[in-house]
Design a protein around this ligand. Structure first.
Ligand SMILES: [Zn+2]
Length: 95
């Protein structure tokens, strides 16, 4: 059975398997990025970059733990859940 757009009731619906949200969150929470962010923040405020490295690493660890406990179930659900894009009104929806 083909899904129908809830917005305009058109049958011209494309399945959208875009996982950019997941890859974006992975990129945002990468420890490397957080460490470099901490170092650049410390450079900006003229603090010892070592403190920034340690702080960035600590934040990355906390985020990774939080992701494992809280973020993963909704993220997994978001990627598994099929998303559809209406080619008539460009409305995205999921069933
Ligand atoms: Zn539509």
């Amino acid at each position: 059975m083909k899904p129908i757009c809830p917005h305009c009731h058109s049958a011209h619906v494309l399945e959208n398997t875009d996982t950019s949200m997941q890859s974006m969150s992975e990129h945002l929470c990468s420890p490397k990025l957080l460490v470099s962010l901490g170092v650049s923040v410390c450079k900006y405020y003229k603090i010892n970059p070592m403190i920034g490295m340690v702080a960035g690493g600590a934040i990355a660890t906390v985020i990774n733990l939080a992701q494992q406990r809280l973020m993963q179930p909704p993220l997994l659900r978001a990627t598994i859940m099929p998303r559809y894009l209406c080619s008539t009104c460009q409305h995205t929806f999921s069933i």
